[in-house]
Design a protein around this ligand. Structure first.
Ligand code: IPE
Ligand code: IPE
Ligand code: MG
Length: 248
């Protein structure tokens, strides 16, 4: 049993950019642009709040199915974000890491990602992971493929062995998700961190991602702090009043 004020690892499915724009009579691209401003606000606030790890779902492997103009605009915005924010991230001691497939990314986006990762590699503050061309099923399947080699003569597999193989991060400060937030009103995982969310506290909000701000993150953290995490066990009984009296 655990209840903790601050989640160590927060993951966010940043959904609702398109609908936010449509409601204002704007093109979807305007929603993605406004979404970038939310990313900046939330990253800085998470870092100030002392969150260890923040994983943001920015582009799923299924998002390749969108019109190519939208896909191009998303990668253009990603590059602009990295160009403008890398120095700020480095200055506040954050470390940026992109998770997901890299072999299908546009070359310019890949090199921007690699530059930012290099520039922030020594950060010991917030570990910011951005999921791009990410599919949790794909990540699990690939880790399972490599696990077969790593096992060697042992013919045994367990979650404790497999988990680290899946979470290829060397710093091990991420691991399981404590709090998963999805904006935009949908209540599904859309192939995001399926393994890592085994015991995540789930929070779904109708706020569209471009509307999500510091106070929404604070409210999500406050909600988390009131959840009782049981991990399959039973709640510890509250100390009985008369036994406390008997001890005095
Ligand atoms: C999330 O917003 C951003 C990405 C998936 C890249 P959407 O673009 O999915 O916004 P809605 O769900 O259409 O409103
Ligand atoms: C999930 O949102 C992916 C990201 C937020 C990057 P989608 O909008 O792609 O998910 P579905 O299609 O509604 O499940
Ligand atoms: Mg969506």
């Amino acid at each position: 049993m655990q209840s903790s004020a601050l989640p160590k690892h927060v993951a966010i499915i940043m959904d609702g950019n398109g609908r936010w724009a449509a409601r204002r009579g704007l093109p979807r691209m305007a929603g993605h642009r406004a979404g970038i401003a939310s990313v900046r606000r939330v990253v800085e606030h998470a870092s100030d709040a002392g969150i260890r790890c923040l994983t943001l779902y920015a582009f799923s492997s299924d998002n390749w199915r969108r019109p190519s103009a939208e896909v191009q605009s998303i990668f253009w915005l990603l590059r602009a974000f990295l160009r403008l924010q890398t120095a700020r991230l480095r200055d506040r001691g954050a470390r940026l890491e992109v998770i997901g497939r890299r072999d299908r990314l546009p070359a310019a986006a890949l090199s921007a990602i690699e530059n930012s990762e290099r520039a922030t590699a020594d950060g010991t503050g917030l570990h910011l992971r951005v999921a791009i061309d990410y599919s949790s099923r794909d990540a699990i399947a690939r880790a399972a493929f490599h696990a077969a080699d790593a096992l060697g003569p042992r013919r045994f597999m367990s979650p404790d062995l497999f988990g680290p193989m899946l979470m290829r991060s060397l710093t091990a400060d991420c691991g399981d998700v404590d709090l998963l937030i999805r904006t935009g009103g949908e209540k599904r995982l859309s192939d995001f961190l399926l393994w890592e969310c085994a015991y995540a506290e789930l929070l779904f909000t109708d706020r569209m991602w471009p509307e999500f701000d510091e106070s929404d993150l604070d409210a999500a953290i406050a909600d988390f702090s009131h959840r009782q995490r049981r991990f399959g066990a039973v709640p510890e009984p509250a100390p009985a009043l008369n036994s406390a009296v008997a001890c005095t």
